[in-house]
Design a protein. Sequence first.
Lengths: 296, 93
Amino acid sequence: MSKPYNNKAWLFVLPVFVLVAISAIIPLMTVVNYSVQDTFGNNVFYWAGTEWFTEVLHSSRFHDALGRNLLFSAIILTIEIPLGICIALTLPKKGIWVPVCLILMALPLLIPWNVVGTIWQVFGRADIGLLGNTLSKLGVDYNYATNVFDAWATIIVMDVWHWTSLVVLLCYAGLVSIPEAYYQAARIDGASKWKVFRYIQLPKIKRVLLIAVLLRFMDSFMIYTEPFVLTGGGPGNSTTFLSIDLVKTAIGQFDLGPAAAMSIIYFLIVLLLSWVFYTVMENYGAEKQDPRVEQD
Amino acid sequence: MNLSWMAWTTPTATFFLTILGLLSLMCIWEAIKPGGGPRVGILRFETTRGDRLFLSLLGSAFINLAWLGLIGSNLWWALGVSLIYAVLVFSFV
């Protein structure tokens, strides 16, 4: 029997489409227009063709910033996703500790990005900061403003502190939605904790985990405020990520054409990697379901 | 309405009109043959014709960027490669 289609529901999407058009599509079109022109202000533009794209694609500054961004996102995903799952598994499922744990987990998410950067900037200072001062008293030569490794370590720990909670809350929501019958069946079969996780919990939280991976990838790949407040892209250019480089080019140097070309390449990379993550996670372990099973 | 701040040019307007035309064609195709034409192709997972258009456009963008970065600024050849790529995506993916 063929499935009936009702396209009238699309009308309900229209208001959202208008909002997205104003907030995203029109600015994106403007960026594309800027990327093929040069300007010195006052709405006067000169045709430049693909010159800015060629310049950006051959720029070692762009390659370095892209490399740093990819490395940063890889480290962040490697730490935050397993850590978030582990914490979510240890959280209580019922009782009075549930709201306490959830509120504690949600606290870092409520702090604005620039405030997070400032907190860690003070926290890491050797003269007045708790972390910096403690480390220097322990004899550790720690200075995020002059040492590349310290700067990277501080930014990574700061991001893990700020955003692991998001992964925890998403995974926790997935875990509490698993019916008790699955665990009962596992107990009857004598399944170990690992097998329960591998064959019940992990497949059941796959959807929310996909959202967590995508959100954390896109957020970490577009990170700007926290490293900008903490290190300003230094020492040298060691923590200059693509977004920081982009703002320096567009606002610092007022090179709107190259900045627009860089934005488009940046956007395409985010789009491609998000699609790859989404496709791999959506189709990983996907089983072809027998329609007769659905009916039972 | 003054849209000079958007810095429109004929080539960029043509580019966006082409995208709009492709989306309109997809809507007409969907109205004639509803359901999106899902199938499992060489990527071994199910794609609809919307997915195939997305893959064609995204792949074409990277083909053009690769051409600019590795070969030169004459993008007509890259456009030709992109069209062949799009035909392959719609045929086999």
